[in-house]
Ligand binder design. Structure first.
Ligand code: PAF
Length: 282
């Protein structure tokens, strides 16, 4: 199994694959891999001749040093998990200077308003960091297809906008949210939940499912009030935001219209751990 740290090593391999006209599937990750990531990798293996996974905790997309420092780093077990899927997967696990060069700085993007909604309001600069690292990684890996989970639905929409802005030829593929039996969406951050938080967290998806059920008969405003009520007296989970938004521009709505696609989005704190989730409503 190839595990590269240096940009030059991966670009040399990529140049050979390009000469051989091989399709390259790319799964960018920040490591602490779980079954959700593995589902993306499996899909990439099915659809491409070569698969590259990056493992890079990207400093520019974190809002607090505390979150960056506490982000789980489990490179050895990540590589072990990947090698069980296929030893042909190429892992790119660089240090920041291999990605950013001497200056680790975000580019300021205009994602046409997508960056100002939801996560954008609560994590200023986050999407510039995501856009910047992906621009660099896409340039290095030169993928045919890149795979992203719908748990970060706003990120997925932003990445589609990024490749439009940067005129990159990679095809962005969104994959369904991977859940535990309890309904909890898989996330690398789940590893940091204590027993009580872990037991409480399935309420997030349970609430979203009820919203989906009631969406046909209740207004968005009424549903938002109902969601706030569900978390009001919860001592473990603190609601940061709940929004029903149009899929096209992620703007939240009060009133629904015919023939428009909507999704419900939620962010919740369990102590200092921030969990997000979303569900398609129609
Ligand atoms: O979703 C993630 O894990 C990260 O935001 C990504 C896409 C790997 C960029 O650092």
């Amino acid at each position: 199994m190839k595990v590269y740290n240096k940009r030059l090593d991966i670009t040399t391999d990529v140049a050979t694959f390009k000469q051989q006209n091989k399709t390259i599937g790319f799964v960018p990750t920040m490591g602490a891999l779980h079954n959700g990531h593995l589902a993306l990798i499996k899909r990439a293996l099915d659809e491409n001749e070569v698969v590259i996974a990056s493992i890079f905790v990207n400093p520019t997309q974190f809002n607090t040093t505390e979150d960056l420092v506490n982000y789980p780093r489990t490179l050895d077990s990540d590589v072990e998990l990947l090698s069980r899927l296929s030893t042909d997967i190429i892992v790119f696990a660089p240090l920041p200077n291999e990605v950013y060069g001497d200056e680790m700085k975000s580019i300021t993007y205009d994602f046409k308003g997508l960056e100002h909604e939801m996560e954008g309001k609560f994590r200023p600069g986050h999407f510039n960091g995501v856009g910047t690292v992906l621009k660099h990684l896409f340039t290095i890996v030169s993928p045919t297809r890149a795979y992203f989970g719908e748990k970060d639905f706003q990120q997925l929409q932003i990445v589609k906008k990024l490749v439009e802005i940067e005129k990159m030829s990679v095809k962005i593929i969104g994959c369904p949210i991977y859940r535990e039996e309890s309904g909890l969406a898989l996330s690398s951050r789940n590893k940091r939940l204590n027993e009580i938080q872990y037991a409480a967290a399935p309420l997030i998806y349970k609430t979203l499912k009820q919203v989906k059920k009631d969406f046909g008969t209740k207004s968005a405003t009424l549903l938002s009030e109902w969601v706030s009520e569900q978390f009001k007296n919860n001592t473990t989970l603190v609601l940061e935001y709940f929004e029903i938004a149009k899929v096209s521009d992620l703007k939240s709505i009060k009133r629904k219209q015919e023939h428009v696609k909507y999704r419900a989005f939620i962010a919740v704190f369990a102590g200092k751990i921030r969990l997000i989730d979303n569900i398609a409503l129609n």
